[in-house]
Design a protein around this ligand. Structure first.
Ligand SMILES: [Zn+2]
Length: 367
């Protein structure tokens, strides 16, 4: 048995291997020792063999308890992702799996490969969408904006951004579903694009993804804590400037939550916002509830109705800058308990949620 980590987004350090049993550790984020969570690695061995992998420092990860409860480690031996038997005990996460082939990939959440974004870019462009490069990152990777529905007539501006936090790969899978729906441009996608220009930034933190980080850029910056900072990293500044230049009637910032086993959206500043923004949020929620069982409105982060918004969050910044609805959309690493599934909240569900999102976005521009 051998452990391999030579693919994009791989993260694990081998501490020892002996006869069907490997011990690995999860390194902390490059540039940010306070974050340690995402892992992905391949196990090579003899088909039919039962392998045991122990993640020895699971208990030292930032959200260590997220490896317990309904969570199970993802495994793939082909195109599909399922769940392996895994259990958290005494700070160690133990995975047991019988190899179906010579190679199995294990991950905290299935990585969303850059090659998939390249493919989406071609599909989007072929459908008539514009793909523009907003800036190059310090790692010389492009921050791209897909623009659907552009026309000379004035329209609403809907913005969707994803993967500020590089380890939250479900955001990439969701964007894939959304982009494919908009590129097809049929049904309500067509209706949405008649009313709004939809701008999508599929990957806000490509350098973090390339580094295999969970939370930050390789310089250790949490992008979703930098939106109110004049000296924010270029990734944030470029998108902020593009939003200011086009305007925004909605910002949806797509994330994954380590702990909460629910899909939910959440806006900020319930005390200071206008009745119009509150109505916009209710319309979004109603449309999502009517479209998919992979969404609910009861379980969210605790929020005090009087709390001051933190403008370093993209959603709060946008709500204040544009007087429009700014929301996060959170998906689970484990499962959405509104519709439990043995495979948990697997990538195809995130992609289906991206398709369902078209109805939610349309509802926000309907008045
Ligand atoms: Zn996040």
């Amino acid at each position: 048995m051998r452990i391999a980590t030579e693919f994009e987004g791989a993260r694990a350090q081998v501490a020892g291997i002996e006869r069907g049993r490997a011990t690995v550790t999860v390194p902390s984020d490059q540039g940010a020792p306070r974050f340690r969570q995402h892992f992905a690695f391949d196990v090579l061995g003899t088909p039919g063999d039962e392998v045991t992998i122990e993640i020895a420092n699971a208990g030292e990860c930032t959200w260590a308890d997220a490896f317990g409860g309904p969570y199970r480690v993802f495994v793939s031996e082909g195109a599909r992702w399922g769940r392996a038997a895994s259990a958290l005990a005494a700070g160690r996460l133990t995975i047991k799996h019988r190899l179906g082939g010579p190679r199995a990939r294990f991950a905290y959440y299935p990585p969303f490969a850059t090659s998939r974004i390249t493919r989406l870019k071609k599909i989007a462009a072929a459908s008539g969408a514009q793909v523009v490069e907003l800036c190059a990152t310090p790692g010389k990777r492009a921050i791209e904006r897909f623009i659907f529905g552009e026309s000379p007539t004035p329209k609403r501006h809907v913005w969707v951004i994803a993967q500020q936090h590089p380890g939250e790969a479900m955001a990439g899978w969701l964007v894939e579903g959304l982009v494919l729906s908009l590129a097809r441009g049929t049904g309500i996608a067509r209706e949405l694009l008649q009313r709004a220009v939809v701008s999508i930034v599929p990957r806000m933190n490509p350098d973090g993804v390339a580094a295999g980080n969970h939370r930050t850029t390789p310089a250790g910056v949490d992008l979703n804590r930098a939106w109110n900072d004049d000296a924010a990293p270029i990734e944030v500044r470029a998108v902020r400037e593009a939003m200011i230049s086009s305007g925004a009637d909605l910002l949806l910032d797509v994330h994954g939550d380590e702990r909460l086993p629910w899909v939910f959206s959440q806006s900020s500043d319930h005390a200071g916002r206008s009745a119009r923004i509150a109505r916009q949020e209710r319309r979004f929620e109603r449309a999502m509830l009517a479209t998919t069982h992979d969404y609910q409105t009861k379980h969210k982060y605790p929020q005090s109705p009087t709390s001051t918004p933190n403008l370093s969050f993209a959603s709060s910044w946008a709500q204040h800058r544009f007087g429009c609805l700014g929301m996060i959309l959170e998906m689970p690493f484990s499962d959405h308990l509104g519709r439990p599934d043995p495979r948990g909240f697997f990538p195809d569900r995130a992609r289906a949620l991206g398709r369902a999102l078209v109805a939610g976005l349309l509802a926000t521009v309907e008045d």
